[in-house]
Structures are given as C-alpha cells and as structure tokens.
Design a protein around this ligand. Structure first.
Ligand code: MTE
Ligand code: LUZ
Ligand code: MOS
Length: 750
C-alpha cells in the first residue's frame, strides 16, 4: 500500500486553493484588523483607503446585506467588527484591490479611533469577573463528598496546559466567484463546507442553494479549519457578490497566526482521594477554559474535556465542573483531541501528585484503576470491548518496562547532570461527535459506463488519508481494483448538509455512507447478472472484477456487467446517507451514550534531560494501539506518528505567548517552535491484534485524534527525570515543559 496523494504532494502537483487557476478580473483581499484587545470603535475612516491605487472596495460591517453574525453554536461573533472590538486581530474591514500589495497598502491608510476598555486575558480572572461564553457544566458519578473521609490519601493541586497553534502548512484562504443566479461559488480551505455555506447564506442573505462550496483538499486542518475557515470564505463571497468579480484571499502566515484561534489553554484545580492500596475512590476537578472573545466551538470542547476527565480509568465518585471563560484573545477553537487532551493532562497530574505523596510509582496507581469491561464513565456510558488493560500490559511487557526502568535507574546513578525519565501513558478516547445530530454523512456514487467509479462524500481530505481509506472501502465493496475509483472534491452541491470532517469520524461516517451507496448499485448489478446467467440474485457476487455465481467465476467481467446494466437502462448512480445508530446524550441529566465506541492504547515514553542546560529530548515513544482491523495500516501508522509528535510539541515545546496588551508575540516560526524531524523521537507502533471493531467500517477504528494524547506522557517522562536530579524539590504541573521551564523548575528559589 502506498499513499498516492504523497507522490503528487512531493512533486508539487497537488492543487490547493491557492493553486487553482484564477479567472480574469480576479481581485485580492486584505483583512484589516483590530490593534487593541478591547474597545469601542469611535470612528472608522476608510476614505483614504478607498482612494488608494487599485482599490475596488473597502467593506465594513455596513456593507453586509444579511446578518453580521458568524457564530456557529452561539451567535456572539461578528464577521466584521461593528461598534466594538474584543481582541487584537479581530477583522474590521475587508479591503479588495487589483493585487495583494495594493490591497495591503490601502489597508494601511485605514484609521480607527478607539475608546479603550479594560481587557482580560486569563481564564481565572475572567471567572472572577463572571465572564463566561456559555453556562458551566457539571458531570457527576457517585458522590465525592461522602467519600473523602474514607480515603487514606486526599491530594489537591493545580494543573495548567497551554494553547497550541495548528500550523497547518496551507494557511487559511478562499476564492469566491459570482454565479449567474446571483449566488456565489466558493473554493475554501475548510473542514466544514456546509458551515461555510450556511454562514455565507446568513451574511449575504441568499438561500443556501445559491451557494456552492467546493473543497479540493487541505494542506492540514487539525481542527483549525473546522470553524475558523469560515470568515475568510465569507469575506471573499461578500466581496464577490458585491463587486460581481472573483475575489481571493490567502492569509499570509503571520496574519494567520495573529488572527486565528488556537487550542484552548486550561487552568484546573484537582482533588483526588485514594485508598492505601492505590485505588482511586474520588476525583473532583474544576476546569477553567480560556475560550477567547467568542464562543466558536468552545462549548463543545468544554464538554469533551468533561467526557475525558477520567481518561482511561474507572473512578466510582467523580465531580467535574467546567467553565468556559471569556477573555480578550482570539476565539480558541478545535484542535486535535478537542478538549480531551486538556482533561487527560489533569488526571495524569493528579495521579502523579498522589504517587509522590504515597511514595509509589505513578504506574502502580494507573494499573490499579484502568477501565475494565462494563465500567461506567461519569456520563453514564459503559465500556464495551474495552482494551485498556490489554494495551497497557502488552505495552509494558512488549517494550520491557521493567528492564527499561532498571537501565534508567542505572543511568541516573552514573550520570550527575544528565538524567532520564520514563512514563506509561494510557489513552481512552470516545469516537463520535458529542452533539449526536452531527453524526451523519452521505455519499454519491456514479459508475460511468466505462467501468470507472466516481465517489463524492462529505469528507474533506486534509492529509489524514480519508480519500485513500474511502477508495479502499469502495473497491472492496464493489470487488474491483482501487485504480478504478476517483474521489471527487468535497462539494455542497453534490453532497449536502454535511458535518465537518472532524471528531476523527471522517472515515467512519463517510466510509459507511460510501459502502451503503455502493451496495445499492451492486444490488442492481446482481439482478442484471442474475437475468443474464439465469440464476438468482443472491448467488451472484463480484470478486476481482469478475462476476461469480455461487462463488464460481463466470465470463462476465466488471466492464461487461456495467455495459449490460447500461443497455438495460439500469441506473449506475446512487446516493446514501449514514447516521451512527444507538447514540444519544441528555444534557439536562448529563448522562447518555454519546460515543459509538472508544479507542484504546498505551505508550511508553522515555526522555533525557540535561539538568545543567535545561534541554530535553524525548528519546522514544513505544505504543500498543487499538486500530480495530486497520483498513490502511500505512496511513494509520502515519496518523499515530503525527499525532504523537504533535502531542509532544504541545506538552514540551510549543508556547503561545501574548504580551500584556494581548498581542501575540510568538507570531512567527522564529518565536514559535514546532517539532521537526530532528526533534521527533524514535517511534515504535504495535497494532493490537484480534480487536475487530463491530461499530466501524470493515471493523476498523477511527485514528485521527487519539494518538495525540500519548504525547502527554512526554511531560511526565521529563518530570520524572527532573525528580531524579532533585528528589527533594516540588515540581509543578505547568505545561508546556519548555527548556526555560525546566531550568526554572530546577533552580528557581521561590
Ligand atoms: N492528519 C493530517 N495529516 N492533517 C490533519 O489536518 N487532522 C486531525 C487528524 N489527522 C489532521 C490529521 C484531526 S483534528 C482530525 S479530527 C482527523 O484527522 C480528521 O480526519 P478523520 O476524521 O478522517 O480521521
Ligand atoms: N467537533 C465537534 C469535534 O463539533 N464535536 C465533537 O465532538 C468533536 N470532537 C472532536 C473533534 N471535533
Ligand atoms: Mo479534529 S479537532 O476533530 O478537526
């Protein structure tokens, strides 16, 4: 198996939005944005900008024909700021000119008079001031208050994890063309084409059927284009609609970094109660999510933090509270894991602090509390086909945990300043959109009369390999070579009412829909073959491009059966819809069965730290991961590798920094460090055997997000190395564990 997209990518032949041929008269946009974090717009002067060379329009809130409202879950976000600005980087005007440079020059002539208002950047400060994006949520199981007295150990602490920049290689962008029906066609680099269509309809005040959104592919999304690809597409559409000319916008990297939201930074309080044997009896946690200036996807992300607040452990008494705090930063958004990693980081912190107090290894506590079959999560769902213990024990034995520990201990006694640490990181991640209604997709398949097959689905290819997976599924279903299949661009006119490609559900939902659409056509072909062969439909099958009767090959080839069907005037096209069965969630009770299934796995992570310089290196990550029956092992392996490295980056390297005025300082790759190939550890991946997933297409499991959370183990592996250098120091739980933080942790005098 090979990932055929990658051949095109390395040749530079793949077409992204910026590579599409432009039409005559195409204009270019530039986004003018707020330079203050909070304030009133007293005066917005665009006169000089309008006179600037080559300028065609300067669009502001006043130019919006429909609603100036792009909020997805909560209507609290304007496309272009009207009377108030809420963060540095908030769009105020859209300048359209003959070329990019002229648009930028004109934007520099815009002047705004602000009346500054007080700004808040910290989640806990916002909490103190009662500033929330959505109401708090509480998940409870059992009763923690009744249990504390029974615990032999009760440990409290604080854990904090940082924001994270998506750094998709392709920045945000769109290209919009006016259509003859008074509508627009938009090429967008979005994970959510229907979201773009819907918001565009709202802002332009034209019905959705006049708006066609087409997504060729993404140069990475990682959640950053689930909701936040929309404004740029809508701005282009607005301008194209007004000016009746094509309009294009590709954000320059620095402006993309400044204007778009990141992973949510969290600060959390935990309290954990254990028996002397290390059984976790109670866990109480409060999450303070820094959501930025508008809700965006924050309420859903907050919810997933609660769903994953106990990670891979069964805890009988839980009280988890989550607050979505409103601050004057760019609205934070979806990022691989979607709040799950932030929740898991806190329970691992609590376990580590408990282990320190109890004088035992954190893995002892982990092992004693791993989920078993039938255990209940705080939200009511029970585990099914639970592989938590299997993966954990297998990872330990396969990767020789005991031997590793003794090697590390030996190394640490022999070396004064260089220390090593190891950590076991179990992960349990729920698969489904937690908003049940979003778990739907559809597919449209045409078999052309030369036997070639065209597949359109709601899935967006963003490097995760969903096109290759769907190709493989359709090929298996039809019994033909995969070279016959072409996956089309994602297009709202061909496939309507799509959910974004997110929640790791892209391949599951769209794979199932494609399989269903294939089956419809296959049934028709079987009838045709049965007629021809004087047999009954149910003994017909197609294998290796040959029609079989009762498993015996006939002389009817794939091409022949297609020809026969065509001349008999049988439809060779089909559309099918898929929705995940048997899931629900009752938000009034905070109970239900939101997930179709869970993904399990365990990683062993080793790190080495130079305790004089503060530099660290994650040396190796060895994983036992549950892929179900992998449809495409090469892609799945790549997803695990990429997820791990991205997770380690979040935990140890990447630091999003704003100055005291709320301006992003880490706004270039010179100041925002991301993992590269030299940073990457040695990664070994073992595919858990004999774990077919009854709820996935061809018994596979979703893979996109879960592996990121193995990266959390890097934080604790480094921390363990620090502990062996300074056994009597107290170390905090503040991520990312950057080199500076390592030094501060080892030597600061506070
Ligand atoms: N892999 C690559 N190469 N690029 C991406 O943008 N996004 C991740 C993951 N893997 C991403 C990726 C995220 S956040 C999700 S939700 C899933 O892919 C989405 O794709 P899937 O649902 O098809 O797994
Ligand atoms: N997006 C979303 C997601 O809207 N709902 C989810 O549950 C989700 N989970 C992971 C990533 N994106
Ligand atoms: Mo992924 S965060 O669901 O786009």
């Amino acid at each position: 198996m090979k990932s055929y997209d990658s051949i095109q990518h390395v040749k530079g032949a793949s077409k992204f939005v910026d590579d599409l041929p432009i039409t005559e008269g195409t204009l270019y946009g530039y986004v003018y944005y707020s330079s203050i974090a909070h304030g009133e717009i007293i005066d917005l002067d665009i006169k000089e900008a309008l006179k600037s060379d080559g300028v065609k329009a300067v669009l502001t809130a006043d130019d919006i024909p429909g609603q100036n409202q792009i909020g997805g879950i909560i209507p609290d976000e304007e496309l272009l700021a009207d009377s108030q600005v809420h963060y540095i980087g908030q769009p105020i005007a859209f300048v359209v000119a003959e070329n990019k440079i002229k648009a930028h020059k004109a934007a520099q002539k815009i002047s705004v008079e602000y009346k500054k208002l007080p700004a808040v950047f910290d989640a806990r400060d916002a909490f103190e001031n009662g500033m929330f994006l959505s109401p708090p949520r509480v998940f409870t199981l059992g009763s923690v208050d009744d249990i504390w007295a029974e615990c032999d150990f009760v440990i409290e602490g604080i854990a904090e994890s940082g924001a994270q920049e998506h750094l998709y290689l392709e920045t945000q962008g769109a290209f919009a063309l006016p259509t003859e029906s008074g509508g627009v066609k938009i090429y967008s680099s979005t994970q959510g084409p229907t979201q773009v269509q819907k918001i565009c309809s709202r802002v332009l005040n034209i019905p959705m059927n006049r708006i066609e959104v087409d997504v060729p592919r993404l140069g990475g999304g990682f959640g950053g284009k689930e909701d936040q690809a929309t404004p740029w597409a809508v701005m282009c559409a607005l301008a194209a609609h007004k000016l009746k000319l094509p309009v294009k916008l590709i954000l320059p990297r620095q402006e993309d970094l400044r204007m778009t939201g990141k992973r949510h930074k969290y600060s959390s309080d935990f309290k954990i109660g254990l028996s002397a044997e290390g059984k976790i009896l109670a866990y109480e946690v409060s999450f303070y999510q820094n959501g930025g200036a508008a809700a965006d996807l924050s309420p859903a992300i907050l919810e997933r933090t609660l769903f994953h607040c106990t990670n891979s452990y069964y805890i009988p008494n839980v009280k988890a509270t989550a607050y979505s705090c409103k601050t004057n930063l760019p609205p934070a958004t979806a990022f691989r894991g979607f709040g799950g990693p932030q929740g898991m980081f806190v329970i691992e912190s609590a376990i580590n602090k408990a282990a320190e107090v109890m004088g035992i290894d954190a893995s002892e506590i982990q092992r004693k509390n791993l989920l078993c079959e039938g255990d209940q999560f705080p939200f009511g769902q029970k585990t099914e086909n639970c592989h938590a213990i299997t993966c954990y024990d297998l990872a330990k034995s396969k990767f020789q945990y005991k031997e590793e520990i003794s090697k590390i201990n030996q190394f640490n006694t022999q070396n004064k300043f260089i220390k090593k640490g190891i950590y076991t990181m179990p992960v349990c991640f729920g698969i489904s959109f937690t908003s049940t209604f979003m778990n739907q997709a559809s597919a449209l398949i045409h078999v052309f009369n030369d036997g070639s097959i065209s597949v359109s689905t709601a899935a967006v290819e963003m490097g995760q390999g969903v096109n290759a997976k769907i190709t493989e599924m359709v090929a298996r279903e039809f019994g033909v070579e995969s070279s016959r299949i072409k996956i089309e661009t994602t297009n709202t006119t061909r496939v309507a009412n799509t959910s974004p490609t997110a929640a790791s559900k892209g391949a599951d939902l769209n794979g199932f829909a494609s399989i269903s659409a294939s089956k419809i056509i296959i049934e028709r072909l079987k009838k045709v073959a049965a007629d021809e062969l004087k047999a009954t439909s149910d003994c017909i099958s197609i294998k290796n491009e040959i029609v079989h009767v009762s498993n015996q090959p006939t002389d009817i080839t794939w091409n022949k059966i297609i020809q026969l069907a065509f001349f008999k005037r049988v439809s060779l096209s089909a559309q099918a819809h898929h929705s995940t069965p048997d899931i629900y969630f009752d938000k009034t009770k905070e109970k239900g069965k939101p997930f179709a299934y869970h993904v399990y796995g365990s990683a062993l992570i080793t790190a080495i730290v130079d305790c004089l310089r503060g530099t660290c290196k994650v040396e190796s990550v060895k994983v036992v991961h549950d892929f179900g029956e992998s449809i495409y092992p090469l892609i799945d392996k790549g997803q695990v590798e990429g997820g791990i490295v991205q997770g380690i980056g979040w935990m140890t390297l990447e630091e999003v920094v704003y100055d005291e005025s709320g301006k992003l300082i880490s706004d270039a790759l010179s100041t925002y460090k991301v993992p590269d190939i030299n940073f990457s550890p040695e990664i070994e991946i073992h595919f858990l055997e004999n774990s077919p997933n009854p709820y996935g297409p061809f018994k596979s499991k979703a893979v996109g997000e879960p592996p990121l959370m193995y990266g959390i183990g890097a934080f604790f592996a480094i921390r363990n190395a620090l502990k062996s250098f300074s056994p009597n120091r107290e170390f905090n739980f503040i991520a990312p564990m950057t080199n500076e933080r390592v030094l501060m942790a080892l030597y600061s005098e506070e």
